[in-house]
Design a protein around this ligand. Structure first.
Ligand code: ADP
Length: 584
């Protein structure tokens, strides 16, 4: 519900109310009309139409509601308007109101200086939110029944106009606060850390809510207070343990109820708090010197992530329900932002851990491969010597050959592992230079010629006449193409064709390796470039391999700031497309 009282004090609504007051004087034939509003058990005149002296005397005048109630108790009921003839006016009326200079008259119908004609203005719930008073009829007479009918009509209109003006004002107040909230969310989305987020938001909130100060208490993932209080003013806010716990429990409860609460240093009623709770809060409010607290739970979905406290001091107005509602909206925005910041921090940590793990894995692979490489080279060398030894029996000879084959296979694995760690090492970037691709493609074709002819696979090259020059490392591009072409040959049945083409596309060189082989399922395509991945497809498994070739290819492409993609269908061949930056 919109709290219309929130809007009374505002300059904009004062203008609107002034117009209404002036309208009333003109229409009902009175010289003075006063619009007053209820605030803290008294009435304050916020708009006065009439003579300059009346205005000066009356504007901002404050009358206790008690006095009004006394007057209304003795008034004649004219419908919306209540009339107190001067004969019946309570003794102290002259102390509070404005008494015009009028000659007393014996005429019973003449308007008297102390006559009082007022219409209480009520909100939808029937509560008095203001008062319209009129004085000094132009004709100098107390209204007769015709005039009263007219008055009745205008009183209703004035009340509607006043309430509409105030509701509009309250709405615009809510919009202003909501805008502050949006600003917070915008800031929040670019902030990564909860601390930075709260430092920025705190200021915006304090400003937006015209608060004296603010602080935010955040809870950790388990919903418990982290003990961290972020105060907008940078001042140390120190909450006693008991209050931290109370704030934590209350925030969770209020979030579930979707409510924010106003706490007063001198409460008129306990509201949602118990006396015991107030006994803890009051000394704290006294110590930090604040009169009103607006306590707002923060959260997203069903999770409460903390609470926001906005403070106001003596002399500042109390929080209104409009402000409390807007603050709860902000509780949603801020809660979501805190959760985002937390997720960011979490991801950051995870990425750092994964990077460290990846580094460790790379180092492990490199070290182990190095340690294996030397003894293996010795083994292979000695095997070659043994291979030609005449004293070996045919059986021993077979064993030596088998050991040799296995050792060479191990050598290939180790070479691939060393290459993988080299091309994956950010500390060993490539030194780009112009690389002529035609000769490399032809070399690669020659290198795979033996295995191609053994498998009766035809290899076709499609090379343009103009020189294709990429920007990169010749050795690595050679290795990349070797891996693609040898795979294409390896995974192709006899009597099929593999084609390797090169062309230029703008600032890029496009290399395409197409085969009519066994193809790759969509599921396998997703993991193709992961180290050690080998398809479970029996047709693929039938071929020897380490599962490292495409991982190496992908890293080489990445180091060249290029891209590699695959299109394939099981049983219908595959096409690998590599894009590399062309040399300038
Ligand atoms: P491998 O040493 O096993 O060939 P790669 O990393 O080069 O390792 O390839 C990974 C897996 O991708 C292979 O085991 C194979 O299942 C599949 N693959 C790669 N290239 C092709 C291709 N041209 N046709 C079909 N499957 C392929």
């Amino acid at each position: 519900m919109i709290d219309v009282r929130a809007a009374w004090a505002d300059a904009l609504s004062r203008d609107a109310l002034q117009l209404i007051a002036e309208g009333v004087t003109e229409m009902v034939g009175f010289q003075v009309a006063i619009l007053s509003v209820v605030r803290d058990d008294s009435l304050r005149a916020v708009a006065v139409a009439g003579s300059e002296s009346a205005r000066e005397r009356l504007i901002n005048a404050v009358t206790p509601m008690e006095v009004i109630h006394q007057e209304l108790a003795v008034a004649d009921d004219w419908g919306r308007f209540k009339f107190v003839p001067s004969e019946r006016a309570p003794a102290d009326t002259a102390d509070w109101g404005w008494v015009p200079d009028l000659e007393p008259s014996d005429d019973p119908d003449a308007w008297q200086a102390l006559d009082l004609l007022v219409a209480p203005l009520r909100d939808a719930s029937g509560e008095i939110v203001g008062l319209l008073s009129i004085d000094l009829p132009v004709n100098g007479r107390r209204p007769d029944s015709d005039q009263r009918t007219l008055l009745e009509r205008y009183a209703a209109q004035a009340e509607r106009a006043v309430l509409v003006a105030l509701e509009r004002q309250a709405l615009s107040e809510q919009i202003r606060l909501a805008t502050a909230a949006r600003e917070i969310v915008r800031n929040a989305s670019v902030q990564l850390h909860v601390d930075d987020l709260l430092a920025q938001c705190g200021e915006a909130l304090t400003h937006g809510f015209r608060a004296g100060g603010s602080w935010v208490q955040t809870f950790d993932e388990a919903g418990l207070s982290t003990g961290a209080l972020h105060s907008a003013q940078g001042a140390d806010i120190w909450l006693p343990d008991g209050l931290i716990e109370m704030a934590e429990t209350s925030a969770h409860q209020l979030w579930a109820l979707q409510q924010s609460v106003v706490l007063e240093r001198h409460p008129t009623s306990l509201g949602v708090l118990t006396q015991e709770q107030y006994d803890q809060i009051t000394p704290f409010m006294e110590r930090i010197g604040v009169d009103y607290l607006l306590f707002v739970p923060l959260g997203a979905g069903s999770t409460c992530v903390g609470n926001l406290v906005l403070t106001r001091n003596e002399g500042q107005p109390a929080w209104t329900s409009t402000e409390a509602a807007a603050a709860l909206d902000i509780g949603h925005d801020l809660g979501r932002a805190i959760l985002n910041a937390r997720t960011f921090a979490h991801e950051h940590r995870l990425v750092a851990e994964l990077t460290a793990l990846d580094l460790y894995k790379g180092q492990l692979i490199a070290t182990v491969s190095h340690e294996l490489k030397n003894p293996l080279t010795a083994i292979v060398g000695h095997l070659e010597m043994l291979d030609g030894a005449p004293e070996l029996s045919p059986a021993s000879h077979n064993s030596v050959s088998a050991i040799g084959r296995a050792a060479r296979r191990l050598q290939r694995v180790i070479d691939d592992l060393l290459l993988l760690s080299k091309v994956g090492d950010p500390d060993q970037p490539i030194v780009p230079a112009p690389v002529h691709l035609q000769p490399i493609v032809e070399d690669v074709r020659d290198l795979t010629a033996i295995s191609a002819s053994r498998g009766r696979v035809r290899v076709e090259l499609d090379l343009p006449l103009e020189a294709m020059v990429a920007d990169g490392d010749a050795e690595e591009i050679d290795c990349l193409l070797t891996n693609l072409l040898s795979n294409a040959v390896k995974y192709s049945p006899a009597d099929t064709t593999v084609s390797l083409s090169v062309h230029r596309d703008g600032a890029e060189i496009v290399l395409t390796c197409r085969d009519q082989g066994i193809g790759i399922s969509a599921e396998d395509q997703e993991q193709l470039f992961t180290e050690f991945f080998r398809s479970a497809d029996p047709n693929a498994r039938a071929q020897p391999g380490t599962g490292l070739g495409l991982a190496i290819a992908a890293r080489i492409v990445e180091r060249h700031h290029g891209s590699i993609t695959v299109t394939s269908e099981l049983g219908h061949g595959s096409t690998f497309t590599v894009r590399l930056p062309a040399a300038a």
